[in-house]
Design a protein around this ligand. Structure first.
Ligand code: GLC
Length: 563
């Protein structure tokens, strides 16, 4: 695979304080436990991230989003927070967080931190206090406790099941040793849901927001942003013939996407607006597309992940629809849309695209599932180049710029995802394997000791940063050049509309953005480059596949500059 020669290094960074920087930002997701390990314990940490900031700057991103690094027993990789305002010793200290934010800002990088408001860890002191205090106490009212059904309260209060499999309720033993009330946990047993009907919960999170805003955070990624408010009375969900909660295609479980959550964003927005420097929030809301605009606006959140693009199958019609629809919806609320192809919860896109477009994915990648690795990477590169040509914010997940695949062969006893332990599915560890920095170093340079909390496969060696750095056509150089061009050409901005081109050969998706034309060949054959519309003399700016004169390589994207 080759691309055109690399341009001058991408040194242009957004001006500090550029207005509404988040509208067209490229945000890089750092998953701290797997990014860079400074102290050699095999788990990444904040000083490790700080040491790699020059890499992110050189890549050409505008911001980093840090997955949770707060005090946590790590039953869900840190999405089980025991103290929202402190740093887990595995990841460092508060002063390491301050240092990271300060160094990032010096380099022109914004910092987004994760906030997890749907649930805490069961080790949070307020949950421990709720257990110790009796039923009906104010302590218990911070969470969602209910008496059980059945003669002796031995049945859960309703039939809800957890996203991580099994019941969404756990029964406690009261302080006097008797079987007691039940508490709700939409995720793991160790992740009790907060009671957002209680004003004290609102107050607590307003303080958490201010704590990180005061420390310089430029924004928040809101975890399970559609989950906090439950339907009144906690009614049973309808179940299907298998006794499972019935979730019709395109809908969400009964406990998600209730209108009350919008009020939380209306409460938070003025808090962010009161700080200087355009602080923002991006929502992780897996909800039906048509509901997204409700969450976004001048009084609600700034933006939300658009998961439709991530879920779109490889093909002209599917990808076109996954671009057109969110743009239309975003326009209606005068907000930028966002684009994302990978994150720490989904199978990496270099692997997803290695399956037939209609392949039915499970939760994680099983050992007996065999993607076509080369095809997957080719299509992933093409999809990424398409994504980076679109207006709005783009979110990258660490390692996608190296073309990392999902790792399937992790021994079960090393897997940490609670969904694996509760549901017997492979789970999400396969996209969380530590990053290879150096081909020939222990743990591929992830940690100085050679330790790594998950084993890295041999396939990571040739994909290491130092193996791709400066190599024309490598995935890393393709991303660097694409990010550079995206900024130079203003492709993230909204003023150049997205125009879909008609009359192209079958299997080619074409998008015009001002003078730039983006062509995606979704077929497995080389196709002649169309010549109509000024394309005959167009200059190739970048290509995700082999460059062939007068042709588009199979499963590849080209950016062309027309006169
Ligand atoms: C979000 C996170 C995921 C986590 C879950 C529960 O979906 O991205 O990693 O397991 O919330 O917090």
């Amino acid at each position: 695979m080759t691309t055109t020669a690399s341009p001058a290094p991408a040194t242009a960074q957004p001006e500090a304080g550029a207005p509404e920087w988040w509208r067209d930002a490229v945000v890089y997701q750092v998953y701290p436990r797997s990014f860079a390990d400074a102290d050699g314990d095999g788990m990444g940490d904040l000083p490790g991230v700080t040491s790699r900031l020059p890499y992110l700057r050189e890549l050409g991103v505008d911001a980093l989003w840090l997955s949770p690094f707060y005090t946590s027993p790590q039953h869900d990789a840190g999405y089980d927070v025991a103290d929202y305002t402190d740093v887990d010793p595995r990841f460092g200290s508060r002063s390491d967080a301050d240092e990271l934010i300060a160094r990032a800002h010096e380099q022109g990088l914004k910092v987004i931190v994760d906030i997890v408001p749907n649930h805490s860890s069961s080790e949070h002191e307020l949950f421990q206090a709720a257990l110790a205090a009796g039923p009906g106490s104010p302590e218990r009212d911070m969470y969602i406790f209910r008496d059980g059904r059945g003669e002796h309260g031995e049945l859960p209060p309703n039939n809800w099941t957890s996203i991580f499999h099994g019941a969404a309720w756990t029964r406690i033993t009261e302080a006097d040793g008797t079987p007691g009330q039940w508490y709700l946990h939409i995720f793991d047993t160790t992740q009790p849901d907060w009671n957002w009907e209680n004003p004290a919960v609102h107050a607590l999170f307003r303080d958490v927001l201010r704590f990180w805003l005061d420390r310089g955070a430029d924004g928040f990624r809101v975890d399970v942003a559609h989950g906090m408010v439950k339907p009144e009375g906690l009614p049973d969900a309808t179940v299907n013939a298998h006794g499972l909660i019935d979730i019709p295609e395109g809908e969400v479980p009964i406990y998600f996407d209730n209108d009350g959550v919008l009020d939380i964003y209306r409460e938070w927005r003025p808090i962010l607006d009161a700080y200087e420097g355009d602080r923002m929030m991006v929502l992780e809301a897996w909800i039906p597309e048509h509901r997204l605009p409700l969450y976004i606006g001048r009084e609600e959140a700034h933006q939300s992940f658009n998961f439709g693009f991530l879920q779109a199958r490889w093909g002209v019609e599917t990808m076109r629809a996954a671009i057109e629809k969110p743009l239309e919806l975003a326009d209606a609320v005068d907000a930028p849309t966002t684009w994302v192809l990978s994150n720490h919860d989904v199978i990496r896109h270099a692997t997803r695209y290695g399956f037939a477009p209609d392949y039915a994915f499970g939760e994680g990648l099983g050992r007996d599932e065999h993607p076509e690795a080369e095809l997957g990477l080719q299509r992933a590169r093409a999809a990424s180049l398409l994504m980076l040509s679109l207006p709005g914010a783009a979110y990258l997940y660490q390692g996608e710029e190296l073309g990392l695949p999902e790792v399937a062969d992790i021994p079960d006893e090393l897997r940490e995802d609670p969904a694996h332990h509760r549901g017997g599915v492979p789970g999400r560890d396969g996209c969380r394997v530590p990053i290879p920095w150096q081909q020939d170093a222990p743990a591929y340079g992830f940690s100085p000791s050679g330790e790594s909390w998950l084993p890295q496969p041999e396939a990571f060696g040739p994909l290491a940063v130092d193996a791709q750095d400066g190599v024309p056509g490598s995935t890393l150089e393709m991303y660097r050049r694409a990010l550079y061009l995206r900024r130079e050409l203003g492709l993230g901005r909204h003023d150049a509309a997205v125009e879909f081109l008609d009359g192209l050969p079958e299997g080619v998706l074409g998008v015009r953005r001002g003078k730039v034309v983006v062509l995606v060949n979704t077929t497995e054959q080389s196709l002649p480059l169309p010549t109509a519309g000024g394309l005959a003399d167009a200059e190739v700016l970048i290509a995700s596949g082999a460059q062939e004169a007068g042709a588009i390589a199979p499963d590849a994207t080209l950016w062309l500059r027309t006169a």
